[in-house]
Design a protein around this ligand. Structure first.
Ligand SMILES: O=C(O)CCC(=O)C(=O)O
Ligand SMILES: [Fe+2]
Length: 349
């Protein structure tokens, strides 16, 4: 009904809540049209974009009720909006589920070399690094706000840069790429694979690949070492680009051949992340992943089901401002509407 209002009348009558999100709305609609998905006009506000893990979780798990899917559906629903008060915030004062500690409690743990590396990567000073852990999820670590806020633009530019050929993206199979058509960056890019490039069809990694960009290698290794999870030699990364209203279905990342941790970095708008168990019959715990947060899955947490049921400014607004440079405004608009997640991985032992 709303969408049938057209032309200048609509420009003047759109309510405040949609004015702020209008660019987000336009870009997702264009994105869906290009993907051959029904547009919002055709399907209404509950429309859905199928993601690359959509096949991985059925409604029943060998006859056992899929408790995970029920929670996923609860947070994915937009009308009426779900109650987000049960989503865990990474703050010990508001949550009894979390424990937290400084990662480098002693000044002697902090070397100039390590501090310089953290700074080059855009991370906050080592003395402020705080990790949250979950008594029911040994091996799951959340490091909130590790990336300095102003670094989001720099990392988003990298995330777009990584989508250039020869790296593979969701557009490659359609013979398209962001180099020949940069408008696809904001309209249709959903994922990029780097290094040993994951194949979504076979659900396998090939034996080898090109090295991952140096900054991703260093980021993965620094975080793994800092949490005392051992040296990590990242050789793969998957980037997921989430337009508003998109989701990532329940899945397990089980194709990597090493036991190294999986390290995820989030940029842009907030997401609800569901951390489950080894089977879908156990309900997941929901937690916020916000701009600059890192989540690490290690040990028994490396093989649990997880998912992103919802993201976007209508769920929790993160504000980014332009510094007036023209190129910046596309980057800032994207951060104000969408979310990007990098998962740094080590495929080969
Ligand atoms: O977007 C996220 O936080 C999760 C991404 C993820 O699970 C994956 O890439 O396998
Ligand atoms: Fe995953």
């Amino acid at each position: 009904m709303l969408l049938s209002i057209s032309g200048s009348l609509w420009k003047h009558t759109k309510p405040n809540w949609i004015k702020g999100n209008w660019n987000c709305f336009r870009s997702i609609n264009a994105f869906m049209m290009r993907e051959g998905v029904e547009s919002l006009e055709q399907k209404g506000a509950e429309s859905e974009i199928r993601d690359q893990y959509a096949e991985d979780s059925s409604d029943s798990d060998g006859g056992v009720v899929n408790e995970f899917k029920a929670v996923f559906k609860k947070y994915k629903k937009r009308r009426p909006p779900p109650d987000f008060s049960g989503v865990i915030v990474s703050d010990v004062r508001t949550s009894s589920i979390l424990e937290s500690r400084l990662i480098f409690p002693e000044p002697s743990d902090i070397t100039t070399e390590k501090e310089e590396l953290a700074n080059r990567l855009g991370l906050i000073s080592l003395s402020e690094w705080r990790v949250y852990s979950f008594p029911t999820r040994p091996g799951l670590y959340l490091i909130p706000g590790l990336l300095k806020k102003e670094q989001a633009k720099i990392w988003l530019k990298r995330a777009f840069g990584y989508a250039n050929p020869p790296n593979i993206t969701n557009l490659t199979i359609r013979g398209k790429d962001v180099k020949t058509d940069p408008s696809l960056l904001t309209k249709a890019l959903r994922w990029t694979t780097l290094g040993v490039e994951y194949d979504w069809n076979t659900k396998q990694y090939p034996p080898n690949g090109r090295p991952v960009p140096e900054e991703l290698y260093q980021l993965g290794n620094l975080i793994s070492n800092s949490l005392k999870l051992g040296d990590m030699r990242p050789d793969a990364t998957i980037l997921n680009y989430y337009p508003p209203k998109s989701a990532l279905s329940p899945h397990v990342d089980k194709s990597e051949r090493s036991n190294a941790p999986l390290i995820s970095m989030s940029l842009g708008q907030s997401a609800v992340y569901l951390s489950g168990a080894l089977t879908l019959s156990e309900p997941p715990i929901p937690l916020w992943l916000r701009n600059g947060d890192f989540l690490v899955m290690h040990g028994e947490q490396r093989l649990v089901y997880h998912a992103i049921p919802c993201i976007g400014p209508k769920i929790e607004k993160q504000n980014f401002e332009t510094n007036g440079v023209e190129e910046d405004s596309m980057i800032v608009d994207y951060l104000n509407c969408s979310r990007i997640n990098f998962t740094i991985r080590q495929v080969n032992p």
